[in-house]
Ligand binder design. Structure first.
Ligand SMILES: Nc1ncnc2c1ncn2[C@@H]1O[C@H](COP(=O)(O)OP(=O)(O)OP(=O)(O)O)[C@@H](O)[C@H]1O
Length: 246
């Protein structure tokens, strides 16, 4: 079927929580900048979206979130609740709401019961070491603290799919560890994760599979072994394969 725009449906597939088929997408009509990008995210899977600056990672994410007009794409969210959380690279927040009020608002928007919200929010504040600023406005937070707030908002709602745009820049080593531990727990619960990142040594350690985008197209996809095969570099690091393929 010819795709005229991004259609988002919520059919049920076995293990697949996100199914993306982008024929083309871009910012101006008739001038697409990404082409033929297809992938699936399964329950418990961590899929790394990698590629050089300007390759098309953010455009891919914006397309699957339905934020772009000029697209020919089919995107399906499935899973138990057909829910997703998007954690943007650039923090987005309300000037007049405290950290706690942001958490409260997200919980209300996702229909969480108050007791469940309170318990999870308290746990997250502790895990991210943010309890002491719960009643502060995020405008006064450091970059890393704002990033932590965005991650907490995602973890609070426990969705079927996490779409995380470059989570590592700005987080200190301790926060990175806390974030990865929470992500692991969420994957064990059954959540799938699509993560865009430039931090390839971490991506190599934590991702099950990769989609490597270059020049708006998929340059290679699969496990690290598959990526090594594409690059013709057995034993190479993800970084060296990336270098070879882009
Ligand atoms: N708002 C926009 N309007 C027009 N063109 C854009 C816009 N944002 C990105 N582009 C273009 O789309 C192409 C893909 O950019 P995109 O932001 O998806 O890359 P990226 O892989 O996310 O890069 P980075 O790693 O630098 O974040 C680039 O040619 C870029 O110039």
């Amino acid at each position: 079927m010819e795709k005229e725009e991004t259609t988002v449906d919520t059919e049920s597939y076995d293990d697949i929580v996100l199914d993306v088929e982008i024929d083309e997408a871009g910012y101006e009509a008739g001038d697409p900048c990404i082409f033929d990008i297809s992938f699936q995210v399964k329950r418990g899977q961590l899929l790394g979206l990698i590629g050089p600056n300007g390759a098309g990672k953010s455009t891919t994410i914006k397309t699957l979130l339905g934020l772009l007009k000029n697209t020919k794409a089919k995107v399906s969210f499935s899973g138990v609740n057909k829910s997703y959380a998007y954690v943007p690279e650039q923090p987005v927040f309300y000037e007049d709401l405290t950290l706690w009020e942001h958490l409260d608002l997200a919980a209300a928007a996702y229909g969480l019961k108050y007791e469940q919200f309170e318990e999870t929010a308290e746990r997250l504040l502790k895990q991210f070491g943010m309890g002491h600023v719960r009643n502060d406005l995020p405008a006064g937070f450091s970059k890393g603290m704002k990033q932590k707030m965005m991650l907490m908002l995602g973890f609070l709602v426990q969705p079927d799919v996490y779409i995380v745009d470059e989570p590592f820049i700005g987080l200190d080593p301790r926060a990175t560890k806390d974030f990865l531990r929470l992500l692991e727990a969420e994957r064990k619960r059954g959540a799938g994760v699509l993560m865009s990142t430039h931090v390839l040594d971490t991506a190599e350690k934590i991702c099950d599979d990769f989609v490597l985008i270059s020049g708006g197209k998929v340059a290679a996809a699969g496990t690290l072994e598959d990526i090594r095969d594409y690059a013709g570099l057995p034993e190479a690091s993800l970084f060296d394969c990336f270098d070879e393929l882009t």
